[in-house]
Design a protein around this ligand. Structure first.
Ligand code: 3PG
Length: 377
């Protein structure tokens, strides 16, 4: 089914509510300009040119997490107006007084409880915001796996379509087959990776996901077990039956006194130091597997790329992928940001997706609620 796009919808003088994914790294309190933001600017530029009145909904992290912040800095990075409100008088007045060609960002949508409310009836976001708009656009494939009001609610009550970023993701992903691929799964979000483990055996794990898989194999990582305690509790029981035949790291880089990198083989754990990267032996294993692969799916960084000395594992994997003849699909917010940060030649990848968890679910063959909701209306 073809979804309406900016080529088919008339947005001129219309109030357009658009869901973007501005979720980004916050380093020392500063929101970072991301690859996703850069991509969304293309959609925003077109909406401005077409004289739409554009109001953005987006999130940063989730309640309870340290990087759950206001979107004030994100508005500066995008060079758009900002109102620190969503449902109150300030927001309504800013929305209704917006002029054609202007763009306004509302506050972090996850600060409103009804974002997590599946009902459309007793939902203030639907009852207060929806009547103010003519059109809803989803431009965030990367959050389309979430059944949240800004993703699945609005398209059920408003005329809807997709922005240029979502359009491009769908177009490219529909062409990609990842059967018999080598899966390199890292990052800090294990939930969606689990679906891939259920269906595939040619898997190397890195990052926090790799550490959890290592723990699921029965290893004690010491300080890192403590650091990951909530995730260990939630995911290790689910991972235990799935990790037997997958490759987990055989060495790790830890951060020792003076913020220095030290590599420790798995057999020398538990360690009193927390883990920040995979070690050289694990990198060599990854490189060997990459050389043998015909198709590669990589999602999630191998280490803490905010600090370049702990981005060595990720760098080594990127370099091996760009040298290989395999078709590669790479995804994940931190992963795409690392490609940018490490100045890796993007043209050497088959396709770089801006999505992470949503991409995992798509690759695992699941239907994304955000896309399904757009089809319903
Ligand atoms: C992401 O960064 O993958 C998306 O913004 C989704 O974020 P979430 O996992 O917090 O829903």
């Amino acid at each position: 089914m073809k979804l309406p796009t900016l080529s088919t919808l008339n947005v001129r003088n219309k109030r357009v509510l658009i869901r973007l994914d501005l979720n980004t790294e916050i380093i020392k309190g500063k929101a970072q300009f991301s690859a996703r933001m850069k991509a969304h600017l293309i959609t925003l530029k077109e909406l401005k040119k077409k004289k739409a009145k554009t109001i953005i909904l987006a999130h940063q992290s989730r309640p309870g997490k340290p990087d759950f912040t206001s979107l004030k800095q994100h508005a500066k990075l995008l060079k758009v107006k900002f109102v620190p409100d969503i449902l109150g008088k300030k927001a309504v007045s800013a929305i209704t007084s917006l002029k054609p060609g202007q763009v306004l960002l509302l506050e972090n949508i996850r600060s409103i409880k009804d974002e997590f409310n599946q009902s459309l009836k007793n939902n203030d976001l639907i009852n207060i915001l929806a009547p103010l708009f003519d059109i809803y656009l989803n431009d965030a494939f990367s959050v389309s796996h979430r059944s949240q009001t800004s993703v699945t609610g609005f398209p059920q009550v408003l005329k809807s379509g997709i922005g240029r970023v979502l359009e491009s993701e769908l177009k490219h992903l529909q062409k990609i087959k990842v059967k018999n691929a080598l899966f390199i799964l890292g990052g800090a979000k294990p939930k969606e990776n689990i679906d891939i483990l259920k269906k595939n055996k040619n898997v190397i794990t890195t990052g926090i996901f790799g550490q959890l898989c290592t723990i699921a194999k029965g290893h004690n990582l010491g300080a890192q077990n403590k650091f990951l305690k909530d995730k260990v509790k939630e995911f290790v029981p689910k991972l235990k039956p799935l990790v037997k035949n997958i490759q987990t790291p055989i060495d790790f880089a830890v951060r020792v006194e003076g913020n220095k990198r030290k590599e420790i083989p798995l057999e020398d754990f538990p360690s009193k130091y927390e883990i920040f990267d995979i070690g050289k032996k694990t990198q060599a294993l990854c490189i060997k597997k990459i050389k043998q692969a015909k198709y590669i799916f990589m999602k999630g960084v191998a280490g803490y790329c905010e600090d370049l000395k702990f981005c060595q594992g990720t760098h080594a994997i990127f370099k091996a992928i760009t040298k290989s003849k395999a078709f590669s699909l790479v995804g994940g917010g931190h992963t795409t940001d690392a490609i940018q940060k490490l100045k890796i030649n993007k043209s050497r990848f088959g396709y770089i997706s801006l999505s992470g968890g949503a991409l995992d679910e798509y690759i695992a063959g699941k239907k994304l609620p955000g896309i399904e909701a757009l089809k319903k209306k």
